[in-house]
Design a binder for this molecule. Structure first.
Ligand code: CTP
Length: 217
């Protein structure tokens, strides 16, 4: 089995010394890469800038990128050969419209930034997904979580969507633990307990492999 996995944040440069980023640490994505490799899968891990040690399994090939565009360009050629796609990255939805060639100097009391939309990696690759391929997305919602996640699943052509909880202490960005709900296309909802991201990764990989009998058999 071959797996394509995106993980971590993206950094969108503003000038030579600054960027727009987010608080994703990559822990969940890296734990998933290790769990897939432990299950015998060959993993291409397309990783944004993270402070984690590189994965140790020889089955994991890590491609380091910075921006959403670079993440897309690294993932796109791998996607057709991969059986499973997992989009765990926290991709910046927008980037600065232009990158200042020199450091932006402090002038005036306000600064307006113009942003332009980034490529949606999951949605763009989702349009090319073949029947025997399996896609898993992540979602982080603050209102109408289940309804929004279900819409996201269909819009991006996911087979499963992993909904991150923001309501629970110890879950989400930066923590070593996470609490998620998984939705499938049939509307089935699976709730998982708060647990270590490494343990949750094993549980999610098992779930993905059982949903994927043609390749797992
Ligand atoms: N994603 C992606 N490329 C993007 C944005 C998101 O591949 N440019 C993927 C994420 O990796 C995740 C899923 O899409 O698996 C959902 O990301 P999310 O940020 O929740 O969705 P958005 O489409 O950005 O919707 P919104 O921020 O409006 O909720």
């Amino acid at each position: 089995m071959r797996v394509l996995l995106t993980a971590g944040p993206t950094y969108e440069p503003l000038d030579p010394v600054r960027y727009l980023g987010n608080r994703s640490t990559g822990k969940m994505g890296y734990a998933l890469a290790e769990a897939f490799a432990a299950a015998g899968a060959a993993v291409t891990l397309v990783s944004g800038p993270v402070a984690l040690p590189p994965p140790t399994s020889p089955l994991i090939t890590t491609v380091r990128v910075e921006t959403a565009q670079q993440m897309y360009e690294a993932a796109a050629p791998v996607a057709p050969q991969a059986d499973v796609w997992v989009f765990a990255a926290a991709v910046a939805d927008y980037r600065p419209a232009s990158i200042a060639p020199e450091k932006i100097k402090k002038e005036g009391d306000t600064l307006m930034l113009e942003l332009v939309k980034n490529v949606d990696i999951a949605a763009t690759l989702g349009q090319t997904k073949r029947a025997e391929q399996f896609a898993v997305g992540f979602a982080l919602e603050t209102t109408n979580e289940l309804a929004h996640a279900q819409v996201k699943l269909r819009r991006k052509n996911f087979d499963l969507v992993v909904l991150n909880s923001l309501r629970d202490a110890g879950a989400g960005f930066g923590y070593d633990t996470n609490k998620v709900t998984v939705l499938d296309r049939a509307g089935q909802v699976l709730n998982f307990e708060l647990q270590a991201k490494t343990e949750l990764a094993r549980v999610l990989v098992t779930l993905i492999l059982t949903r994927f009998p043609a390749v797992y058999a």
